[in-house]
Design a protein around this ligand. Structure first.
Ligand code: GRF
Length: 202
């Protein structure tokens, strides 16, 4: 049976596209993306999903408490029998209700070497801090922001003439690569969480 992936987005959707390409080309074997959910109706990712023939739903969050909203999203993911939830530029903190519903089965991609520079505008934070290397992180999601056990990271050099945009573009190429790799490892059952550490088993 193919593993069923649900992707949550809020915007552009380039990480969603990278995952969809990887599934289509067999770099993530025995898997399918069964649903894309956006909290924003105008997210370009929705159209990108539909163009690929993947079901995409926008579930607007306006006026709803965090848990009430998450119940709607969890219901949509459960209805589609999702095995793994991939956050891909999803700009919402998950409630304990959501995390408990899919504990150990939610991944996020973040554009810094966590625990440095969590939250928004990580590339700008990295430049302003003056680090010489930044990168990206795929991690399991828990109740805290950008905080769960780390599956994979990639390091990217910071150049003297970087702007947040040029650094973001260099990091994004690595995001696309390691997100695919992390999803493959998790779906193949090759990750074991021990405390804060994610060990790779063969
Ligand atoms: C990426 O940089 C991702 O790491 C961060 O938000 C951005 C989303 O970009 N969480 P996209 O929508 O996947 O193109």
């Amino acid at each position: 049976m193919k593993k069923r992936i649900g992707v949550l987005v809020s915007g552009r959707g380039s990480n969603f596209e990278a995952l969809a390409d990887s599934v289509a080309r067999g770099r993530i074997p025995n898997a399918e993306i069964v649903i894309v959910v956006s909290n924003r109706e105008d997210a370009p990712a929705i159209e990108k999903a539909r163009l690929r023939g993947i079901e995409a739903r926008s579930i607007p969050s306006k006026g709803l408490e965090r848990e009430a909203y998450d119940k709607l999203v969890v219901a949509a993911l459960s209805e589609k029998k999702v095995d793994l939830v991939c956050l891909a530029g999803y700009l919402r903190l998950l409630s304990p209700y959501f995390v408990n519903a899919f504990r150990g089965r939610i991944l996020n991609i973040h554009p810094s070497l966590l625990p440095a520079f969590p939250g928004l505008e990580s590339q700008r934070q990295a430049l302003e801090h003056g680090v010489k290397f930044s990168g990206c992180t795929v991690h399991f999601v828990d109740e805290n922001l950008d905080a769960g056990p780390i599956v994979l990271q990639a390091v990217v050099p910071v150049e003297d003439d970087d702007t947040p945009e040029t650094l973001a573009a260099r990091i994004l190429r690595e995001e696309h690569r390691i997100y695919t790799e992390a999803v493959r490892l998790v779906l193949e059952g090759r990750t074991r969480i021990v405390g804060r550490r994610v060990l790779l088993v063969s």
